[in-house]
Ligand binder design. Structure first.
Ligand code: MG
Length: 267
Protein backbone atom coordinates (compact mmCIF):
# COMPACT_ATOMS: atom_id res chain seq x y z
CA UNK A 1 0.00 0.00 0.00
CA UNK A 2 2.82 2.39 0.79
CA UNK A 3 4.12 1.70 -2.72
CA UNK A 4 1.09 3.57 -4.10
CA UNK A 5 1.54 6.41 -1.59
CA UNK A 6 5.26 6.75 -2.36
CA UNK A 7 4.39 6.91 -6.06
CA UNK A 8 1.95 9.73 -5.31
CA UNK A 9 4.63 11.60 -3.35
CA UNK A 10 7.41 11.16 -5.93
CA UNK A 11 5.04 12.10 -8.75
CA UNK A 12 3.56 15.14 -6.99
CA UNK A 13 6.28 17.57 -8.05
CA UNK A 14 5.99 16.40 -11.66
CA UNK A 15 2.22 16.79 -11.77
CA UNK A 16 3.00 20.50 -12.03
CA UNK A 17 6.48 20.35 -13.58
CA UNK A 18 5.87 17.66 -16.21
CA UNK A 19 8.93 15.73 -17.33
CA UNK A 20 9.69 13.21 -20.05
CA UNK A 21 13.00 12.37 -18.37
CA UNK A 22 13.42 8.90 -16.88
CA UNK A 23 16.28 9.93 -14.57
CA UNK A 24 14.43 12.83 -12.97
CA UNK A 25 15.54 13.75 -9.42
CA UNK A 26 13.33 13.30 -6.36
CA UNK A 27 12.35 16.82 -5.42
CA UNK A 28 12.30 18.45 -2.01
CA UNK A 29 8.85 19.96 -2.48
CA UNK A 30 7.26 16.57 -3.11
CA UNK A 31 4.23 15.90 -0.93
CA UNK A 32 1.41 13.43 -0.50
CA UNK A 33 -1.76 14.43 -2.37
CA UNK A 34 -5.41 13.40 -2.67
CA UNK A 35 -4.37 9.95 -3.91
CA UNK A 36 -2.78 9.10 -0.54
CA UNK A 37 -5.56 10.75 1.48
CA UNK A 38 -8.24 8.69 -0.23
CA UNK A 39 -6.26 5.46 -0.06
CA UNK A 40 -6.25 6.01 3.72
CA UNK A 41 -10.01 6.69 3.59
CA UNK A 42 -10.59 3.35 1.84
CA UNK A 43 -8.36 1.62 4.43
CA UNK A 44 -10.45 3.16 7.20
CA UNK A 45 -13.72 2.09 5.58
CA UNK A 46 -12.54 -1.52 5.51
CA UNK A 47 -11.02 -1.42 9.01
CA UNK A 48 -14.36 -0.19 10.40
CA UNK A 49 -16.50 -2.63 8.43
CA UNK A 50 -14.75 -5.43 6.57
CA UNK A 51 -17.95 -7.41 5.97
CA UNK A 52 -18.72 -8.75 2.52
CA UNK A 53 -21.69 -7.53 0.52
CA UNK A 54 -24.21 -9.08 -1.82
CA UNK A 55 -24.94 -7.99 -5.38
CA UNK A 56 -27.77 -5.74 -4.23
CA UNK A 57 -25.87 -4.06 -1.42
CA UNK A 58 -23.48 -1.96 -3.50
CA UNK A 59 -25.30 1.32 -2.87
CA UNK A 60 -25.71 0.64 0.83
CA UNK A 61 -22.01 -0.07 1.13
CA UNK A 62 -21.14 3.01 -0.95
CA UNK A 63 -22.56 5.20 1.83
CA UNK A 64 -19.77 3.95 4.11
CA UNK A 65 -17.08 4.72 1.54
CA UNK A 66 -18.63 8.16 0.99
CA UNK A 67 -18.58 8.97 4.71
CA UNK A 68 -14.87 8.18 4.93
CA UNK A 69 -14.03 10.12 1.77
CA UNK A 70 -15.69 13.18 3.32
CA UNK A 71 -14.03 12.59 6.70
CA UNK A 72 -10.55 12.38 5.21
CA UNK A 73 -11.24 15.30 2.88
CA UNK A 74 -12.06 17.35 5.99
CA UNK A 75 -8.67 16.42 7.48
CA UNK A 76 -6.79 17.42 4.32
CA UNK A 77 -8.96 19.84 2.32
CA UNK A 78 -6.07 21.18 0.22
CA UNK A 79 -4.53 17.96 -1.06
CA UNK A 80 -5.12 18.63 -4.75
CA UNK A 81 -8.57 17.15 -5.38
CA UNK A 82 -10.46 17.74 -8.59
CA UNK A 83 -13.11 20.46 -8.39
CA UNK A 84 -15.96 17.99 -8.78
CA UNK A 85 -14.70 15.93 -5.87
CA UNK A 86 -14.21 18.96 -3.61
CA UNK A 87 -17.72 20.25 -4.29
CA UNK A 88 -19.15 16.81 -3.63
CA UNK A 89 -17.12 16.38 -0.42
CA UNK A 90 -18.19 19.74 0.98
CA UNK A 91 -21.88 19.09 0.40
CA UNK A 92 -23.29 16.20 2.46
CA UNK A 93 -26.49 16.30 0.38
CA UNK A 94 -24.63 16.02 -2.94
CA UNK A 95 -25.78 13.31 -5.33
CA UNK A 96 -23.23 10.78 -6.66
CA UNK A 97 -20.86 12.27 -9.21
CA UNK A 98 -20.44 10.72 -12.63
CA UNK A 99 -16.77 11.64 -12.99
CA UNK A 100 -14.90 9.62 -15.62
CA UNK A 101 -11.48 10.54 -14.18
CA UNK A 102 -8.81 8.34 -12.62
CA UNK A 103 -9.69 9.25 -9.00
CA UNK A 104 -11.46 5.94 -8.42
CA UNK A 105 -8.52 3.91 -9.76
CA UNK A 106 -5.90 5.65 -7.61
CA UNK A 107 -7.54 4.77 -4.28
CA UNK A 108 -8.65 1.19 -4.94
CA UNK A 109 -5.57 -0.66 -3.59
CA UNK A 110 -6.84 -1.53 -0.09
CA UNK A 111 -9.81 -3.36 -1.61
CA UNK A 112 -7.49 -5.65 -3.58
CA UNK A 113 -5.60 -6.49 -0.38
CA UNK A 114 -8.66 -7.04 1.81
CA UNK A 115 -11.02 -9.07 -0.38
CA UNK A 116 -9.55 -12.33 -1.60
CA UNK A 117 -12.64 -13.42 -3.46
CA UNK A 118 -12.42 -11.86 -6.92
CA UNK A 119 -16.15 -11.22 -7.36
CA UNK A 120 -16.41 -9.72 -3.88
CA UNK A 121 -13.46 -7.48 -4.66
CA UNK A 122 -15.19 -6.22 -7.80
CA UNK A 123 -18.42 -5.50 -5.91
CA UNK A 124 -16.48 -3.53 -3.32
CA UNK A 125 -14.69 -1.62 -6.09
CA UNK A 126 -18.09 -0.67 -7.53
CA UNK A 127 -19.27 0.50 -4.12
CA UNK A 128 -16.10 2.55 -3.67
CA UNK A 129 -16.66 4.20 -7.07
CA UNK A 130 -20.36 4.91 -6.72
CA UNK A 131 -20.32 8.14 -4.63
CA UNK A 132 -17.87 10.08 -6.78
CA UNK A 133 -17.11 8.14 -9.98
CA UNK A 134 -20.38 6.58 -11.03
CA UNK A 135 -19.43 6.12 -14.67
CA UNK A 136 -18.52 3.02 -16.63
CA UNK A 137 -15.20 4.53 -17.61
CA UNK A 138 -14.07 5.27 -14.05
CA UNK A 139 -15.34 1.94 -12.69
CA UNK A 140 -13.47 -0.01 -15.38
CA UNK A 141 -10.27 1.89 -14.54
CA UNK A 142 -10.63 1.03 -10.86
CA UNK A 143 -11.51 -2.60 -11.57
CA UNK A 144 -8.52 -3.15 -13.87
CA UNK A 145 -6.12 -1.70 -11.29
CA UNK A 146 -7.65 -3.84 -8.53
CA UNK A 147 -7.38 -6.92 -10.75
CA UNK A 148 -3.71 -6.21 -11.49
CA UNK A 149 -2.92 -5.93 -7.78
CA UNK A 150 -4.86 -9.06 -6.90
CA UNK A 151 -3.18 -11.15 -9.60
CA UNK A 152 0.22 -9.83 -8.45
CA UNK A 153 -0.53 -10.64 -4.81
CA UNK A 154 -1.46 -14.18 -5.81
CA UNK A 155 1.92 -14.63 -7.48
CA UNK A 156 0.76 -14.14 -11.07
CA UNK A 157 3.19 -13.10 -13.79
CA UNK A 158 3.14 -9.90 -15.82
CA UNK A 159 1.72 -11.94 -18.69
CA UNK A 160 -1.12 -13.07 -16.40
CA UNK A 161 -1.87 -9.46 -15.51
CA UNK A 162 -1.64 -8.25 -19.10
CA UNK A 163 -3.76 -11.13 -20.43
CA UNK A 164 -6.48 -10.58 -17.86
CA UNK A 165 -6.72 -6.85 -18.48
CA UNK A 166 -6.59 -7.15 -22.28
CA UNK A 167 -9.23 -9.89 -22.28
CA UNK A 168 -11.37 -7.75 -20.02
CA UNK A 169 -11.09 -4.32 -21.55
CA UNK A 170 -7.92 -2.28 -22.15
CA UNK A 171 -5.54 -2.57 -25.06
CA UNK A 172 -2.05 -2.58 -23.52
CA UNK A 173 -0.11 -3.27 -26.71
CA UNK A 174 1.40 0.20 -27.29
CA UNK A 175 4.95 0.50 -25.90
CA UNK A 176 5.58 3.23 -23.35
CA UNK A 177 8.17 4.86 -25.62
CA UNK A 178 5.46 5.42 -28.23
CA UNK A 179 2.83 6.59 -25.73
CA UNK A 180 5.33 9.02 -24.17
CA UNK A 181 5.88 10.94 -27.43
CA UNK A 182 2.46 12.57 -27.33
CA UNK A 183 1.25 11.94 -23.79
CA UNK A 184 -0.12 14.98 -21.94
CA UNK A 185 -1.83 15.72 -18.62
CA UNK A 186 -5.34 14.32 -18.83
CA UNK A 187 -6.90 12.61 -15.83
CA UNK A 188 -9.55 10.79 -17.85
CA UNK A 189 -9.48 7.15 -16.72
CA UNK A 190 -9.37 5.59 -20.20
CA UNK A 191 -6.52 7.93 -21.15
CA UNK A 192 -4.36 7.82 -18.02
CA UNK A 193 -4.88 4.39 -16.43
CA UNK A 194 -3.70 2.10 -19.28
CA UNK A 195 -0.31 3.90 -19.63
CA UNK A 196 0.15 3.66 -15.84
CA UNK A 197 -0.40 -0.11 -16.07
CA UNK A 198 2.02 -0.32 -19.02
CA UNK A 199 4.55 1.66 -16.92
CA UNK A 200 4.42 -1.23 -14.48
CA UNK A 201 4.48 -3.94 -17.18
CA UNK A 202 7.65 -2.45 -18.69
CA UNK A 203 9.39 -2.07 -15.31
CA UNK A 204 12.07 -4.30 -13.80
CA UNK A 205 11.63 -3.19 -10.18
CA UNK A 206 9.59 -0.80 -8.04
CA UNK A 207 11.67 2.26 -8.82
CA UNK A 208 11.62 1.75 -12.57
CA UNK A 209 7.80 1.42 -12.50
CA UNK A 210 7.50 4.81 -10.79
CA UNK A 211 10.09 6.39 -13.11
CA UNK A 212 8.30 4.97 -16.15
CA UNK A 213 5.01 6.48 -14.97
CA UNK A 214 6.34 9.94 -14.06
CA UNK A 215 8.33 10.22 -17.29
CA UNK A 216 5.14 9.94 -19.33
CA UNK A 217 4.80 13.64 -18.62
CA UNK A 218 1.11 13.33 -17.72
CA UNK A 219 -0.90 13.10 -14.48
CA UNK A 220 2.34 12.15 -12.73
CA UNK A 221 1.25 11.66 -9.12
CA UNK A 222 -1.75 9.50 -9.96
CA UNK A 223 -0.01 7.51 -12.69
CA UNK A 224 2.98 6.88 -10.40
CA UNK A 225 0.58 5.98 -7.59
CA UNK A 226 -1.10 3.36 -9.82
CA UNK A 227 2.15 1.99 -11.27
CA UNK A 228 3.80 2.02 -7.83
CA UNK A 229 0.89 0.29 -6.13
CA UNK A 230 0.89 -2.55 -8.66
CA UNK A 231 4.70 -2.75 -8.61
CA UNK A 232 4.76 -3.06 -4.83
CA UNK A 233 2.31 -5.97 -4.94
CA UNK A 234 4.38 -7.63 -7.67
CA UNK A 235 8.01 -7.04 -6.59
CA UNK A 236 7.38 -6.98 -2.80
CA UNK A 237 10.39 -4.75 -2.36
CA UNK A 238 10.90 -0.99 -2.30
CA UNK A 239 14.43 0.49 -2.13
CA UNK A 240 15.41 1.96 1.25
CA UNK A 241 16.32 5.28 -0.36
CA UNK A 242 12.72 5.70 -1.58
CA UNK A 243 11.23 4.61 1.74
CA UNK A 244 13.46 7.10 3.53
CA UNK A 245 12.65 9.97 1.16
CA UNK A 246 8.89 9.40 1.30
CA UNK A 247 8.32 8.41 4.93
CA UNK A 248 9.18 11.93 6.08
CA UNK A 249 6.48 13.34 3.83
CA UNK A 250 3.45 11.31 4.90
CA UNK A 251 1.06 12.78 7.42
CA UNK A 252 0.84 10.80 10.65
CA UNK A 253 -2.92 10.19 10.37
CA UNK A 254 -2.49 8.65 6.93
CA UNK A 255 0.49 6.63 8.11
CA UNK A 256 -1.29 5.32 11.20
CA UNK A 257 -4.42 4.35 9.26
CA UNK A 258 -2.53 2.57 6.48
CA UNK A 259 -0.26 0.78 9.01
CA UNK A 260 -3.30 -0.43 10.96
CA UNK A 261 -4.79 -1.70 7.71
CA UNK A 262 -1.58 -3.43 6.62
CA UNK A 263 -1.15 -5.09 10.02
CA UNK A 264 -4.41 -6.84 9.26
CA UNK A 265 -4.33 -7.32 5.50
CA UNK A 266 -0.70 -6.98 4.43
CA UNK A 267 1.00 -10.01 2.97
MG1 MG B 1 -3.14 13.79 -6.70
Amino acid sequence: MFGAIYGDIIGSHYEIHCTKEYDFPFEADSTFTDDSVLIAAVCKTIIDDPSEIGRFEVRKRSVEYAARYRQFYSYFPNAGYGNMFSEWARNPAAKPNKSYANGAAMRVFPIAYAYEDFDQMMLQVKASCYPTHNSREAIIGAQEVAAAVRIALEGGTKEDIKDYIEDDFYDLSTPLSVIRENHVFDSRASYSVPPAIIAFLESHDYESAVRNAVSLGGDADTQACIAGGIAEAFYREIPDSIVKFCERKIDVTIKRTVREFMDKYGR
